[in-house]
Design a protein around this ligand. Structure first.
Ligand code: PLP
Length: 415
């Protein structure tokens, strides 16, 4: 027997262990389109509940925008449903190339190559542009997909302490004997909502002859004055060698990603990046949807401006209520609870009050740093935020954590 009772029992034990530790992730079924108001079935089999979504990556509220849906419908009619091919065999339509041009222009880079997802972009880019003679120096808190891409690359690996520029400089100085140095960071760190100091990083890379790669998945479309990303916020548009980003968050929220940057690096990806060579093209319907998203963003900054207002209002409200927050100025506002079970209990109480925000805990965040990561959207109106704040305060009172410090919460609930 290939799957013996003993093997089955072993896996059941592992899963039970996660359950017992309060670490088991459970899906909640959404029966409506993605939006500020959603209809959720949770627990499985229960009747639908209308709740306010406070944890989507739908930063610009474009995931169910009527114009995007209309463009996708038109794309479906004019270009069909699927490509049944990877890009280089027979999976490239004119609209794929058009989207690459538009992304290039938006991000202020030299060229762009689409990938099925940003996970795939990150999985493919390193091995495509580096060799064993090079070194990758990454921030210690980069996204899991960058870590996986780094693992798939034969270049030497090193790290620097999170956002610690002195430590990065030390590492850059240390690796001057390598053929190439590539510094790797997230633009906005998704778990904490802080931003990489890209102006200082660009300067260091220049001083020590290194390239810089920034994953902008939680930034493209809304960070910076016109929403181009973290490089715009820090005044270094045109100076990032490689940007990777996703269309699965602010930019319509469907799927797809890209590598955008120096022309030769993009050309190298087109020749060598394995997810580009061996995984299917982005479906035409999604390409047309993303093209419409960029048309909307290029016409006005109204959405990112509203998002910025929402984020400031929300952060201030939580702060005044007495929650422990992570410092920052992005639409990612983590409410720190430290203990995994407390995070789950808090999430459940919120849900009862009609607010949807899931708990994050190990291994998604480090042990002892459990939290609710709240995320704002331009799809939220003030009444959503006021209602959600009310629910947070009520749950906070019930668990008696308002006005309590990190230490007080840990003393009572453990890590
Ligand atoms: C979400 C995310 C990804 C993955 O994007 P997909 O297109 O969904 O694969 C990659 N990097 C970061 C930083 C992300 O937050």
């Amino acid at each position: 027997m290939s799957y013996s009772e003993k093997t089955r029992a072993m896996y059941q034990g592992v899963l039970q262990g996660l359950m017992d530790a309060g670490l088991l992730k459970q899906e909640r079924y959404i029966h409506s389109p993605q939006a500020a108001d959603i209809e959720v079935e949770f627990p499985s089999g229960s009747s639908l509940k209308k709740v306010i979504n406070m944890c989507a990556n739908n930063y610009l509220g474009l995931s169910s925008h009527p114009e995007v849906i209309k463009a996708a419908h038109a794309g479906l009619d004019s270009r069909g449903y699927g490509m049944s091919s990877v890009r280089f065999i027979c999976g490239t339509q004119d609209i794929h190339r058009e989207l690459e041009h538009i992304v290039t222009k938006f991000l202020g880079t030299e060229d762009t190559i689409l990938f099925p997802s940003c996970m795939d972009a990150n999985a493919g880019v390193f091995e495509a542009i580096l060799t064993k003679d090079d070194v990758m120096i990454s921030d210690r808190l980069v996204h899991a997909s960058l870590i996986d891409g780094i693992r798939l690359c034969s270049a030497m690996q090193d790290t620097f302490k999170h956002s610690d520029m002195a430590h990065l400089e030390q590492k850059l100085a240390m690796h001057q004997d390598r053929r190439l140095r590539l510094v790797i960071t997230d633009g906005v760190f998704s778990m904490d909502g802080d931003t990489a100091k890209l102006d200082e990083m660009v300067a260091l890379c220049r001083k020590y002859d290194a390239m810089l790669l920034v994953d902008e998945s939680h930034a493209s479309g809304f960070i910076g004055k016109t929403g181009r990303g973290t490089h715009e916020k820090y005044g270094v548009v045109g100076e990032i060698d490689v940007i990777t980003t996703t269309f699965g968050k602010a930019l319509g929220g469907a799927t797809g990603g890209c590598v955008s940057g120096r022309k030769e690096l993009v050309d190298m990806c087109r020749q060598k990046a394995r997810p580009y060579l061996f995984s299917n093209s982005i479906a035409p319907v999604i390409v047309e949807g993303v093209l419409k998203v960029f048309e909307i963003l290029n016409a006005s900054t109204e959405r990112r401006d509203k998002l910025e207002w929402n984020a400031a209002y929300w952060r201030k409200g939580l702060q005044e209520a007495g929650f422990v927050l992570k410092e920052g100025d992005t639409p990612i506002v983590p409410v720190m609870l430290f203990n995994a079970k407390l995070a789950q209990d808090f999430s459940r109480l919120l849900y009862e009050e009609g607010v949807y925000a899931v708990g994050f805990f190990f291994p998604v965040v480090p042990q002892g740093q459990a939290r609710l990561r709240t995320q704002l959207s331009a799809g939220h109106d003030k009444h959503h935020l006021d209602k959600a704040l009310g629910a947070f305060v009520k749950a906070g009172q019930k668990l008696d954590i308002l006005g309590k410090s990190r230490q007080e919460i840990i003393d009572r609930f453990g890590m």
